[in-house]
Every structure is written in structure tokens, then in C-alpha cells.
Design a protein. Structure first.
Length: 576
């Protein structure tokens, strides 16, 4: 079968083999022109003028005859076009499938006002939108193409709106939201479409998504038109915010949970802190996947260091395309722990700090406003920042989060801190994502160079295992606790519930109903006892003689474990 696509692409291929049958854009455009008027004779002179408006009429008709000859050579296309001396008519057959024809036919059936069946609109509307792959004949800008392209976009928007309304009335929220999003894609400046999507998301229960839609609408309008959203859109946003605040319950009291499962890692960091306190510079790089607990571990170390009298300062790096030079250093200098030392900083060094943080009390004629151009000036500037970050007589802990995005200037300053006066107690703690060490300007290279000068201790963090996660879950989750690992206490007894149990590696899961059958059967296995009785415990074995898993034993539990229950439609008593 010949498959012709003119929406979102231009192709004519064999539907079975995928072979390209023609590469002539004009031949494919001629099919689209005729398919836009199925059953209606189109004069040759009109087609020729539309396709070749700058050519003489005789030359345009000659070009049309050439493209018509190419069209009729395609498999099945000759029977789809009725050719006369003056007209061309698209009749279509089962041997040629055109996505434009499928879209128009589905859209007409979906929007037909004579039927009252919403299922017809939903089914036909989805098929019509699936056939609409994009703009008509992309890459062609003939006048007739632009006119028909705009009309098809308007028709697709109308179809999306009707489909969203019908799906919302049928409470098929996913379909309704998809149709509303497709409508916005077709016209990103249609503010009414944004409001309709916000209402659907709110009715679906996704108020956060509705507010995100509002902000996306505001960004598009500001970027494209330089205007704010309509008052009706802002009013809908305010109503959603008020409803969300009224619907949200009071947050529960936070549960205080100490550091779990990181005792060894914390002890390792404390040893590095003790080494620094004895009069040396130590550098620690904590790596791990996002969310593995790097920040939580470092926070625990920071709290203990501050309680012991250390001067602690923290800074964060961010994934900007062009990181702001020395931004982490400015964050360190703004820490309250450094304020007393900055106030007493000698004037020459204070002048250099004022270059980064103006208005800190430097002299008016000290050159704080001059740029740092010469190499000796840059070195003096770095020395001034280094002195400001190391108050004498105290252990200093500098923390840099997400160091994989750190700028080169800050990394150079860290190198100076490590090498300049290495007997002053200083602990540098850097955290980085293990998979993004090369994502920033140069952390990976800095670590290699730093290791050549002095050791850089690396602490890789891995996710917590089940034994380490259980105490945290037990402290955070309300309700009764399992009496032993792997067991569950249901919230209430149920009379009937669908449940599953593991019956061996080869058999997979088997499904039964609650209460379980009075006789024991486990995936066709034979029992070690002929007739197990209530209260008796007998291990079931497969025919091969190997022992079944412990979860496939008789008798079954008195009440269904929670992990076996499906709490909604499957449980007659509401689940447990």
C-alpha cells in the first residue's frame, strides 16, 4: 500500500517495505492539493496557476502534466485520481493512504453535531489528532499552502478543545489534559487554552500543575508579546492558590531523626577535622549520586565543628552556563562567623576584600574601586581574600557544595589556601556529584593538580542498604511497626482480599483470594505431608526436590499481610 504523509513531513513510501517511491516535492504537494478537495473536480488551469504562479499558463500546464505523470506511476495512485482533459478529481482507494485524508475524515466525524454519543467524539477525535503530525507540507511556502496550513491548524485547535471538553465530562482526565496541551502546542499564544488546561488540571487534583501552567503562560506572553496575563487568568490563578491553601491540612510536627547509617563516614570526617586542628591543611572531597546524603553528612560535621569552636563558612555552586567568578568566596565572607575577623582585618588586606565586597568600610582612596589588571595585583588580591578567610587562632572549616560547577577563579583561590602557610588549621570540604565531575569549568583537572601538591582525601558515598534505611523509616513512618523484618501487621482485618505470594523462582507470583483455600496448594507442588491441617506447619517442595521459598509455606497467615493486598477494587472490604 502507498502511504503518503503531508502533515509534519513530505514522504511517499511503500507501507510494507518502507521503500521511498518518490522524492518529488511537487508530486507529493499535488496529492495534498487534490486530497484537500475529495470528490470535487479541480480545474487544471487553477492547479497550474496555484503551483507555478510566475510561469506562463502554457508552461504551467506542461509542468502539471509532468507531475501528474509522476503521480500516476505510483502504485495505486492511478485509481485514486480521475483524470479528464480539463479536471482532476481525488476519489481515493484502499490502495493509497494519505494522512491528510484520515485527519479530515476523523475530524468531520468527531465534530458532527448530528450524533449525541460522546464515545464517538472521543474515539474519532483521538484518531484524527493522531493523524495530524504537524504543519501541512513543511518547507513549502506557496500561497495556497499557507492558506490551507492555517485552516488546518484552526481545525485541529477546535478539535482539541472539543475533545478536552468531552473527555473532561467523561472524567477521563489524562485524555482531557493531553488534548488541552496539544491545543496550546498548536497556538502557544492562546491564553484561553491555558485557562482551560488550568481548570482541567485543578479538577484532576493537580493544582501544582495548574499553577505551573499559569507561570508558563506568563513567561510566553512576556517573552513573545511583552504583556501580562489577562485578569481572568490571574483571577483563576488566585482562586487555585486559595483552594490549595484551604485544602492542605496542617503539616505534621517534623520528626527529629539523627544521622542514620553514616557513622563510619562521619568518624572519617571527624578524623580529618582533628588532623586540621593539630595545625595543618586538609582537603576532603565527598562524592556521590544526587540525593545520596552528601549535604546531610557534611551538615552533621559542620554542627559538631561549630560546637567545638571552629569557624565555619559554607557556599554553594550552581549549574549556570557562565558561573559568576568568586561567587562562593563572597558567600564565605558573608558568613556571620567571619564578621569579627573582617572588622579587625589589617587595612592592606581589607582594601583587597573591598574589591569583591564593596562598602565594607575600606578607605575612600584605597583603590577599592580599581580593577585588578596586573599579575602582581591579582596575586595581592588573592592573598587578601585568603587572609580574610583564615582568622588566626581558630580552626577554619570551609564547605563548598556542588563543587563540580565551581568557577576557575575560586578553584585557584582554594589552591592558594592549601599552599600558603600550610601550618594554619584549615579543613576544606567539597561535595560533588560523582557523575558530573567534568561538568563544570575544571574541578576534575583541579583535583588532579591538587593531588600532586598535597593529598586530597576522597569519600565516595553509596546509597544506604536496607539495614541502614530501616531505622530512618521506622522513625518517620507513623503506625504500628513490623514485629520482625519482612512481616507486616495489617491495619484491620478484612473478610476478602486479593493477595499474592512468591512460590519459587521459576513459577513467579500466584494469585489467590482471601480467605485462602482450606486445602493447601502451591503452584502445583506436592506437600511433604499428605494433608496439612490447620495450625500445622509443613514446608512445600516442588517436584524437583528443592525447597520452596519460606513465603510459600502452610498454613497461610491468619490475616493477609499488607504487602499482599491490593487496596481499592480488588479488596471487597476496602483493603488493609
Amino acid at each position: 500500500m502507498l502511504r503518503v504523509r503531508v502533515l509534519g513531513e513530505r514522504s511517499a513510501v511503500d507501507d510494507e517495505t518502507g521503500e521511498v517511491l518518490t522524492r518529488s516535492s511537487r508530486t507529493i504537494a499535488l496529492i495534498a492539493y487534490l486530497a484537500l478537495h475529495p470528490g470535487s473536480p479541480q480545474p487544471r488551469s487553477r492547479i497550474a496557476e496555484a503551483f507555478w504562479p510566475d510561469s506562463a499558463q502554457q508552461q504551467a500546464l506542461t509542468n502539471l502534466r509532468r507531475e501528474l505523470h509522476q503521480l500516476r506511476r505510483l502504485p495505486g495512485a492511478d485509481a485514486s485520481v480521475v483524470v479528464t482533459a480539463t479536471d482532476l478529481t481525488w476519489v481515493g482507494t484502499g490502495e493509497v493512504a494519505v494522512d491528510l485524508v484520515e485527519h479530515l475524515a476523523g475530524r468531520a466525524r468527531a465534530l458532527d453535531g448530528t450524533h449525541d454519543d460522546p464515545d464517538t467524539l472521543l474515539a474519532e477525535g483521538q484518531r484524527a489528532l493522531a493523524a495530524y503530525g504537524g504543519d501541512l507540507l513543511p518547507g513549502l511556502y506557496d500561497e495556497w499552502v499557507l492558506t490551507q496550513r492555517a485552516g488546518l491548524v484552526d481545525g485541529a485547535r477546535e478539535l482539541c478543545g472539543a475533545l478536552a471538553v468531552a473527555a473532561g465530562a467523561a472524567r477521563r482526565w489524562d485524555l482531557a489534559v493531553r488534548a488541552a496541551r496539544r491545543r496550546i502546542t498548536l497556538d502557544p499564544l492562546d491564553e484561553t487554552a491555558y485557562r482551560d488546561l488550568m481548570r482541567l488540571q485543578a479538577e484532576q487534583g493537580d493544582r501544582a500543575g495548574a499553577l505551573a501552567t499559569f507561570h508558563r503562560c506568563a513567561d510566553v506572553l512576556e517573552e513573545q508579546l511583552g504583556v501580562r496575563p489577562d485578569p481572568a487568568t490571574c483571577e483563576l490563578r488566585d482562586r487555585l492558590v486559595a483552594d490549595r491553601a484551604a485544602a492542605e491540612p496542617e503539616p505534621p510536627e517534623p520528626t527529629s531523626v539523627g544521622l542514620v547509617g553514616r557513622a563510619d563516614e562521619l568518624a572519617w570526617l571527624e578524623r580529618a577535622l582533628e588532623d586540621a586542628a593539630r595545625g595543618s591543611v586538609r582537603t576532603v572531597l565527598v562524592t556521590g549520586e544526587p540525593g545520596v546524603g552528601k549535604t546531610r553528612l557534611v551538615d552533621e560535621l559542620v554542627q559538631r565543628a561549630a560546637a567545638a569552636g571552629a569557624c565555619v563558612a559554607g557556599a554553594h555552586c550552581y549549574a549556570d552556563a557562565a558561573p559568576l567568578p568568586l561567587a562562593p568566596v563572597a558567600q564565605w565572607l558573608a558568613e556571620p562567623a567571619l564578621e569579627p575577623w573582617l572588622a579587625a582585618l589589617p587595612a592592606p588586606w581589607r582594601e583587597e576584600v573591598d574589591r569583591l565586597l564593596p562598602g565594607g568600610g575600606g578607605s575612600a582612596d584605597g583603590g577599592g574601586g580599581r580593577g585588578v589588571v596586573d599579575a602582581w595585583r591579582r596575586h595581592r588580591f588573592s592573598r587578601g581574600l585568603a587572609e580574610a578567610l583564615r582568622p588566626p587562632g581558630r580552626v577554619v572549616v570551609l564547605v563548598l557544595e556542588n563543587a563540580q560547577w565551581c568557577d576557575l577563579e575560586t578553584l585557584e583561590l582554594l589552591g592558594l589556601l592549601r599552599s600558603d602557610d600550610p601550618r594554619r588549621p584549615l579543613l576544606l570540604v567539597l561535595t560533588a556529584r560523582s557523575g558530573d565531575l567534568g561538568a563544570g569549568p575544571g574541578l576534575d583537572g583541579w583535583v588532579r593538580r591538587a593531588r600532586a601538591a598535597a593529598p586530597v582525601r576522597e569519600l565516595p558515598l553509596r546509597p544506604l542498604g536496607p539495614s541502614a534505611s530501616a531505622p530512618c523509616c521506622s522513625a518517620c513512618a507513623p503506625g504500628p511497626r513490623p514485629s520482625r523484618p519482612g512481616s507486616c501487621t495489617p491495619r484491620r482485618e478484612v473478610s476478602r482480599c486479593t493477595w499474592s505470594r512468591r512460590c519459587g523462582a521459576t513459577r513467579g507470583w500466584s494469585t489467590s483470594t482471601w480467605p485462602p483455600p482450606t486445602s493447601a496448594s502451591c503452584c502445583g507442588a506436592a506437600s511433604t505431608t499428605s494433608t496439612p491441617s490447620a495450625g500445622a506447619s509443613s514446608t512445600w517442595r516442588p517436584r524437583s526436590g528443592a525447597t520452596w521459598r519460606s513465603t510459600c509455606s502452610w498454613p497461610p497467615p491468619i490475616s493477609p499481610p499488607r504487602r499482599w493486598c491490593v487496596p481499592s477494587t480488588s479488596c471487597g472490604a476496602g483493603g488493609s
